[in-house]
Structures are given as C-alpha cells and as structure tokens.
Design a protein around this ligand. Structure first.
Ligand SMILES: Nc1nc2c(c(=O)[nH]1)N[C@H]1C(S)=C(S)[C@@H](COP(=O)(O)OP(=O)(O)OC[C@H]3O[C@@H](n4cnc5c(=O)[nH]c(N)nc54)[C@H](O)[C@@H]3O)O[C@H]1N2
Ligand SMILES: Nc1nc2c(c(=O)[nH]1)N[C@H]1C(S)=C(S)[C@@H](COP(=O)(O)OP(=O)(O)OC[C@H]3O[C@@H](n4cnc5c(=O)[nH]c(N)nc54)[C@H](O)[C@@H]3O)O[C@H]1N2
Ligand code: SF4
Ligand SMILES: [Mo]
Length: 740
C-alpha cells in the first residue's frame, strides 16, 4: 500500500482562505480537510468539513472540461474552433503582439482585467508597472477596493475585516452582508461572539440567516444605507451617546459632522429608508451602549451608487464611539512590514508619472484612482514605512475602459488580458462588455475553464489552481498573519496537462518584453523565498518550522504610539483627502440613479426595485456550474419575490420569469419569499450554462439568465467619487415567461 501524503496549503476558492490539509496518494488528490494544527482550527473544522466546494475538490480537479494546454483561436472570434499550441509559442506570439500595440498606441493601450481576490495579483501589477500601463481594470470598485480606500483615507489603516472577539465584543453591527452564505468561517466567529453575550444588529433588505439571529433587524429600502447611517449618527450626537474623550483627542471635524448630521433627523430618515424611526433609535442606542462594538459591511453597501458616502458614514459610527482599533472593536490593519510586502513586489514607483495620469477614469473618479492612492498612501508610508498594495486599492475604471475599447476615447485600448475574471458574467452591462471584447486587436484569457469570456479570446491559457501552486496569503497585504503552503500537486503532468502559475505567466511575458532583470525568480516558490527572507525563512523552511502559519499580531489602540496615518494625524470624520480630491468632505445621501423616488418617470414602466447578487452556496460567482454534485444542489438561477407581488402579477412559485430593465431582459425562476418587501425583487448573479454550446451565439447560455445583461454601468450613474457601479438598487419589471 502506498502512503497518503498530507500537504498543507491555503484554499483560494473563497475569501475565507481556509488553511487546509490536502490528502494525496500515488499523485492523486483524495480529499481536502481542515488543517488541524492551525490556531484557528476550531473555526476551520466546521467551515471546511461543511464546505461543499472542499468536499467536491477531487471532482473539480479531475473534471474533463478543465483547461489542459494553451489554445489558439482558429477561424473567427467566438466560433469555438481552437488549436492546441505549446506555452512558449503562446507567450512568444502574445508578447510580440503586445510589443506592436505598445509601439503603435502606447503602453496604456494594453489593459488587464481581474476578479475578486483569488490569485497573486502583486505580480500582475509588477508586470503592468514595468510595462508602463496604468490600466489594471478590476472588481475593486464594487468590492473591497473602495472600502480599503475610504477606510485608509479616514484612518490610515484598512478596517474592512470582521473582527469580533468572543467574550469581549459586546455588539456586532452587520451592514449588507450575509456571511451565512458567503463566508462561513466569519459567520462561525460572529455566532460564537453572539453566543458569548454580544448583541447583533443587521441592516439588510432581506430576512437572511444573520437577520434571523439579530436582536434588531433593520429592513431598509435598497440603496438608502447612507441615509440610515447618518440617521444613527444624528441620534448618537443628539443624545450625547458618542465617546467625547476619544472624539476630542482623536477625531478631526466633529463639529462639521454634527452640522451635517442635522440634515438627517430620524423621522426624515424613516421616510427615505422605510425603516421606522423607533427602530433606528433602538439600533443607535444598542450599538453605543454595548461597548466594545464591532461593525462590518460588505456588498449590500459597497455596490450602491452612493457607496463612498455610505462607507464614510459607516466608518464615522465606530470612530465617534471610540471603537476604531479598540480591543474587541474594529481592528485597523496597517501595511505589512515584517516581510517583503505585496506593494514592494508591485514596484509602483516604476510607473512614470505621465503614464499614471493616463489611467482610465482618473479624472472623473479620483478616489479609487492612482491619484487617490498616492494621496492616501503618502500618509501611510510616513507613519508605517510602507504603502499598501495597489492590487487591493486602486483600479482603472472598468466601464470607462470597455468604452475606450469600443470608441477609442479618451484613447484607444487595443489589448486586454483577462486573468482570474469572467467579465462576460460578472461585469455590469454585459452587452457592452461583449461588444468591447469583440473590438479588441488582442484578447487573452488565463483561466481554468472555457468560460463565456474565454470563448471570445484569441488565446486561452490553462492556469494552475491553488492545488497546483504554492501560496502565501497575507490578509490583503496588511499586517496580521502569514498563511502559506507548498503546491500539493504538480501543475504539469506529462501527456495529461501543462498548466502554469499566474506568476509564471506574467514572468513569461515580462522577460519577453525587456523586463528580465526584474524577474530573477524562476518559479513562484522562489519568489516566495525572497518575500519570506526578512522573517529568516525560505518557503520550505517556513512550512517545516511553522506548519505554514505565523501570527504577526495586529495589536490595538496603535494610535497611542504613532497617531493615525492621515494628514491631520487623527481619524478624519471630515476628510481632508476627499476635500483635496475636490469632493464633499462629509457624507451626503443621494437617491439611487434608478429609484421610485429619484426617477419616478422610469418607475412607471419599471415599478419594482431590483437588487442583485445575494450569495448562495455552493456556487461562487460564475464558478462551479459544471461540477455535477454542486450543480445538483443548485441547478437553476433563482429570483426572490414577495408572494403578494408575484400573485398580483399572476406568477406562481417556481415559474420562470423575465426580469427586465432599460438594458434588456433575462430569465430566472421565481421563488416566493416573504422575507423581502413587496416592492423589491432579488435576482442572483453568476449564471451561465457550461453544458450549452460554447460557440456564438450561445456562449454557454450567457444571454439566458445572467443578471449582468441588465445591470447598469453608465459612468454618469456610477458613484462620482469612486466610480463604483450600482448593482444593488436598480429598477425592473418582472413577468411570467410564456410556455407553449
Ligand atoms: N450583478 C452582480 N454582479 C456582480 C456581483 C453582484 O453581487 N451582483 N458581485 C461582484 C463581486 S463582489 C465580485 S468580487 C465579482 C467577481 O468577479 P469574478 O472574479 O470575475 O468572478 P468569478 O466567477 O469568480 O470569476 C473568476 C474567473 O477566474 C477563474 N479563476 C479563479 N481563480 C483563478 C486563479 O487563481 N487564476 C486564474 N488564472 N483564474 C482563476 C475562474 O475559473 C473564473 O472563471 O463579481 C461582481 N459581479
Ligand atoms: N457562496 C458564495 N460566497 C461568496 C461569494 C459568492 O459568489 N458565492 N462571493 C464572495 C465575494 S467576492 C464577496 S465580495 C462576498 C460578498 O458577501 P456579502 O456581501 O456578505 O454577501 P451578499 O449576499 O452579496 O450581500 C449581502 C446582503 O446585502 C443585501 N443587500 C442588498 N441590497 C442592499 C442594500 O441596498 N443595502 C444593504 N444594507 N444590504 C443590501 C442582500 O440582501 C444580501 O443579503 O461574498 C464572498 N463569498
Ligand atoms: S470555505 Fe470552503 S471554499 Fe472557502 S476557503 Fe474554506 S474550504 Fe475553501
Ligand atoms: Mo467581491
């Protein structure tokens, strides 16, 4: 009998980034379990054991549709005809085309698109900074990036983590997040804290698992978070519930905030948000009188047109109550300094200033651009000695980028490299994305599967997954911990497949484009040896000595030693950074661009509020639809509607319905759901059908049920400070799909 090997690494299938043990026998993947030696094993055990994706790991890994070799397009784009070619040829040809485009149009004509935090994007940035292009498009505008930017503008640290401490934290405020479906690990910690006596307040238009556990559930109208939070701030100030000592010592602009908050009396806020004034008062009092309190927001808030203002208000709450960086409160995360950080790997200084200024969207949406990044990070660097990584903070603006591909304005964008992203399914207004991708001179996709986006490419490259590559996971380049692992399985198996790590892909292009001296490490493992050297380890040594985990320790109340890394050295309630960028330095509520109140004419035709993208297990965005055991658990896309509304429209539970917005229509299956008010519809995102043909017009059914066919990416409707596009508060109508 051969021996089973246990290889420890980090699962990158979702943001929980669980530390796992991968069981391998005779070179075959057997199963994935939790890493029992990890300090968080009490949370890891129920998370990994109950995780449908981890259980299906072998089915995923050996799936016949996984990409094995580089493919080059034959025939027209989207015809579904491919030729297998060697890696070296693929990289040679792509690099040559990139060099031509750079010569003819400038480096800025080459862009890349990324998805959520799944791979080692510090090397993508390194490649682009050395290439001279500022155009890294991504999902950061509507996920994490904006949170990181506003929290670091206000406090000089990232404050986006869920940091409840069982037995210490007395209140948890969850805003627009459903970790019950999205991040089970965090949810276990929240429940442990709740069970140790903490109060739970949940702000969500839907009756989710957290809402069921909540002491107070605020069921707001989608898109109105900023008003609700400003209402809570109004009550806290009026009733003197704020932490006067902390505010006096550590907050900048309290008086101006108090003046602004006067615009949000509870009765007015109740009218805007549909949450009774009494409940808003109760929530404000519960949050302030149970200290320390921790707060956490996620996509319910980050995907609103009013996002920056809402996030600003959301961070004011813990600031004026003395909960920022308090033990058991909202722990701030400064940049990593103990080992070579992602920002150092990125070499952001290599991008010439005149190229920075060309970043797509930089003039209109300055906060999330390189301009905002520099302004914020100057302070972070002054206090902490390092910057935070670009990959988690600033992005070229996707809707502006896709328009540039189509129109050549403000300048031509001719090539796009999509790596770890499925823009045809996860970017807004997919019809425009489609036309933009088709108009390119060169489109390259690196992925695990032939996704609808990959079907439109000239070259498709097979990427090594987390099961085939080493890993360091570092909490978004902020201090806290290092979790790491060696590759459990090889990326290349003679005669079976030849995959490469994303690192090798960027390096392969880099050395062909004159960047040799900056890519001394042949493999990702060697690159990690370099990064861990300040800790005194190689990756192998680190695994042997620490079993792949080192806690660096964040500490709390760090301001007592160094102040806050902002221009005033305090938490900026009144943001001098926003002011300097030419924006309102205090939060203000604006109606969503599409809403019954903001656009009543449009609402006559599209009377219902549409919110999209609530998470559901076992799927992860557009992934896992081809894994049979997972698809059986969730075979079809679901739209939730209040039974009263559905009945009025003659729709029965389980009927297929059209969901239509001014951008078009798609179909999902109606689910009667009493936990949503009659005026609101919730549609899932991420749907395509790998089982349908890949060639056009099918593109694996991407036009059928993909909600991003109908979402809005109009730059004028995006948040005017960050550029975030609205995914959670739109208008729609729904009606039954006729059956013949
Ligand atoms: N309407 C609507 N749209 C949304 C959302 C919503 O709520 N509503 N949510 C948004 C959010 S928050 C996000 S973060 C985005 C997510 O957007 P994406 O990140 O584009 O979503 P995924 O479906 O995970 O696509 C990732 C693709 O990369 C591949 N992949 C995964 N890991 C790797 C890797 O390590 N290397 C390589 N080379 N490929 C990899 C996968 O196979 C998949 O095809 O979607 C956004 N889109
Ligand atoms: N299973 C699964 N897990 C995932 C993912 C996945 O695709 N599938 N994606 C991962 C990624 S990249 C992310 S960013 C996270 C996101 O994780 P979360 O943000 O926690 O999850 P969501 O379900 O997208 O949204 C949270 C809640 O926002 C509510 N909501 C909708 N509109 C509004 C509004 O206007 N205001 C407020 N306050 N709430 C609103 C929804 O009803 C929903 O319950 O999940 C991660 N985990
Ligand atoms: S919850 Fe599951 S998919 Fe997510 S990191 Fe953990 S094991 Fe992987
Ligand atoms: Mo996300």
């Amino acid at each position: 009998m051969s021996e089973t090997q246990v290889k420890k690494t980090v699962c990158m299938w979702c943001h929980d980034h669980c530390k796992v043990a991968v069981y391998v026998r005779d070179g075959q993947l057997i199963k994935v379990e939790e890493d029992r030696e990890h300090p968080r094993s009490a949370v890891l055990k129920p998370t990994v054991r109950a995780c449908p994706r981890a259980r299906a790991a072998a089915e995923w890994f050996y799936h016949p549709d996984r990409l094995r070799y580089p493919l080059k397009r034959l025939g027209e784009r989207g015809e579904g005809k491919w030729q297998r070619i060697p890696w070296e040829q693929a990289l040679d040809e792509i690099a040559q085309k990139l060099a031509e485009i750079k010569r003819d149009y400038g480096a800025e004509a080459i862009a890349t698109s990324s998805g959520t935090y799944r791979t080692h994007d510090e090397y993508r940035r390194r490649f682009f900074n050395l290439l001279g292009s500022p155009n890294c498009i991504g999902q950061g505008h509507i996920c994490w990036g904006v949170n990181n930017m506003i929290s670091s503008a206000m406090t000089g640290m990232s404050c986006n983590a869920v940091t409840p401490r069982p037995g210490i934290t007395k209140c948890i405020l969850l805003i627009g997040t459903n970790p019950g479906q999205g991040e089970r690990g965090s949810w276990h910690t929240i429940l442990d804290t709740k069970n140790s006596g903490a109060k739970l307040i949940v702000i969500d238009p839907r009756y989710t698992e957290p809402a069921q556990w909540a002491d107070i559930w605020l069921q707001l109208r989608p898109g109105t978070d900023c008003a609700l939070l400003m209402g809570m701030i109004n009550i806290i100030i009026n009733e003197g519930l704020y932490d006067k000592e902390f505010v006096e010592k550590w907050c900048h602009g309290f008086d101006k905030l108090a003046e602004r908050a006067r615009d949000y009396p509870p009765e007015k806020v109740a009218e805007i948000t549909w949450v009774p004034a009494k409940k808003i008062k109760e929530a404000a009092r519960m949050y302030t009188t149970n200290k320390p309190a921790t707060s956490f927001n996620y996509m319910g808030l980050e995907q609103l047109a009013n996002v920056v203002e809402a996030l600003h208000a959301r961070f004011i709450l813990p600031a004026i109550t003395g909960n920022i960086d308090a033990r058991g409160g909202d722990i701030g995360r400064p940049p990593t300094t103990q080992y070579v950080s992602e920002s150092e790997v990125e070499l952001e200084g290599k991008l010439p200033p005149e190229q920075k200024r060309k970043q797509l969207g930089i003039d209109q949406f300055r906060l999330l651009s390189l301009a905002g990044y520099d302004l914020i990070q100057e302070n972070v660097e002054r206090v902490w000695g390092r910057r935070m990584s670009q990959a988690h903070h600033c992005f070229a603006h996707a809707p502006t980028g896709f328009r540039a591909m189509l129109t050549g304005k403000p300048y031509p964008v001719k090539a796009l490299i999509t790596l770890a992203n499925n823009p045809m399914v996860t970017m807004p207004n997919a019809k425009l994305v489609y036309r933009a991708l088709k108009s390119l001179d060169l489109y390259v996709v690196a992925d695990y599967w032939l996704t609808p986006s990959a079907e439109l490419a000239d070259y498709v490259l097979p990427s090594a997954s987390w099961l085939e590559r080493p890993c360091i996971s570092t909490a978004c380049d902020t201090a806290g911990f290092v979790d790491s692992g060696e590759a459990p399985l090889p990326a290349v198996k003679e005669g079976k497949y030849e995959r490469r790590t994303d690192y090798e892909f960027w390096r392969g292009l880099g050395i062909r484009l004159g960047q040799e001296e900056y890519w001394p490490w042949k493999t990702l493992e060697e690159a990690y040896d370099y990064r861990l050297a300040p800790l005194g380890y190689t990756l192998k040594g680190f695994m042997a000595k620490t079993s792949g985990h080192a806690s660096i320790g964040l500490g709390y109340q760090k301001q007592e030693k160094v102040g806050f890394a902002t221009p005033t050295g305090k938490i900026e309630l009144y943001s001098t950074i926003l002011e300097k960028l030419g924006y309102d330095p205090l939060p203000r509520y604006h109606e969503p661009p599409e809403s019954p109140i903001g656009s009543p004419e449009l609402a006559k035709e599209y009377p219902l509020i549409l919110t999209t993208g609530g998470r559901f297990l076992p799927m992860y965005h557009s992934e896992h639809r081809q894994i049979d055991s997972l698809r059986k658990q969730y075979p079809e896309p679901i739209a939730q509607i209040n039974p009263q509304t559905a009945a009025e429209l003659g729709i029965e539970d389980g009927d297929w319905i059209w969901i239509e917005t001014p951008r078009g229509r798609i179909r999902q299956k109606c689910q009667y759901f009493k936990g949503i008010v009659p005026e609101v519809v919730h549609a899932q995102h991420g749907w395509w059908f790998p089982e349908l043909p890949g060639e056009e017009p099918w593109l694996h059914g991407v036009w059928e049920s993909n909600i991003n066919i109908v979402t809005d990416d109009d730059p004028e409707h995006c948040n005017q400070i960050s550029g975030g596009w609205p995914l959670r508060a739109l208008l729609c109508k729904v009606y039954k799909v006729k059956q013949y």
